[in-house]
Design a protein around this ligand. Structure first.
Ligand SMILES: O=C(O)c1cc(=O)[nH]c(=O)n1[C@@H]1O[C@H](COP(=O)(O)O)[C@@H](O)[C@H]1O
Length: 224
């Protein structure tokens, strides 16, 4: 069975990215490439990582007016990412156009409330009500807009999955029980996130900063 574990390769250095990807390739289900990597290495870098043969999750968290997002996604189509992110807060029209612009084999998923935020941070942005309700509301917007799923924390994935049984749920901010949380504020263990309905898990530093990334990936995989 394919592993639900996606390694977040957060580095601007292509050589380091490829070395890390090669080390863990047999113990992860795919590679997530984000803004840091893409800004430094662009399409070429994505092609190089894709040569390892695992699915690519292109995490650019697009958030702009509908036309701009749709054109950006059209420009990304040749990369054929398995998963692509946009921000749910971009609104219904942006989400609809994002999905329409993507290739048929690309899942477009909407980031709801970043896992680095807690309820006080959310209130600072002017959102009233609970963080949990905001995630569920944005999940419903993503679903109505024709997206494939959402990104949320392990705190909300159970409720979101119950409301959208066929959705594709990406859960980042997962940590082994003894793991450092860093800038992540809504954290659960990988096993908890899977039990609560995650489709895939995104893990970065617990693997990439480990002295033995392959062992770290295997240890996480063994808990699932
Ligand atoms: O879209 C994401 O992947 C994402 C959404 C979110 O709410 N929180 C979040 O941490 N991420 C990404 O998931 C990865 C988490 O990395 P670590 O905290 O190092 O495991 C990073 O690449 C983040 O950009």
């Amino acid at each position: 069975m394919t592993s639900p574990l996606y390694l977040a390769i957060d580095t601007p250095h292509l050589d380091a990215a490829l070395t890390l990807a090669q080390r863990v390739r047999h113990h992860v289900g795919g590679f997530k490439l984000g803004l840091e990597f893409f800004c430094a290495n662009g399409h070429h870098g994505v092609h190089e990582v894709a040569k390892l043969g695992l699915p690519i999750f292109l995490d650019l968290k697009l958030h702009d007016i509908p036309n701009t997002v749709a054109k950006a996604i059209q420009a990304l189509r040749p990369l054929e990412p398995a998963v692509l992110t946009v921000h749910a807060a971009g609104g219904r029209a942006m989400l609809e156009e994002a999905k329409a612009a993507a290739g048929l084999n690309t899942k477009v998923v909407a980031v709801t409330v970043l896992t680095s935020l807690d309820s006080l941070d959310l209130a600072d942005t002017g959102v009233e009500g609970s963080l949990h309700d905001q995630v569920v509301r944005l999940a419903s917007l993503a679903r109505e807009s024709g997206l494939d799923g959402i990104v949320c924390s392990g705190h909300e994935v159970k409720a979101a999955r119950n409301a959208w049984p066929s959705g594709f749920f990406v859960v980042p901010g997962v940590r082994p029980s003894n793991g450092k949380t860093g800038d992540q504020k809504r954290v659960v263990t990988p096993a908890q996130a899977m039990a609560d309905g995650a489709s895939i898990l995104v893990v970065g530093r617990p693997i990439s900063q480990s002295e033995d990334p392959d062992l770290a990936a295997r240890e996480i995989e063994a808990t699932l």
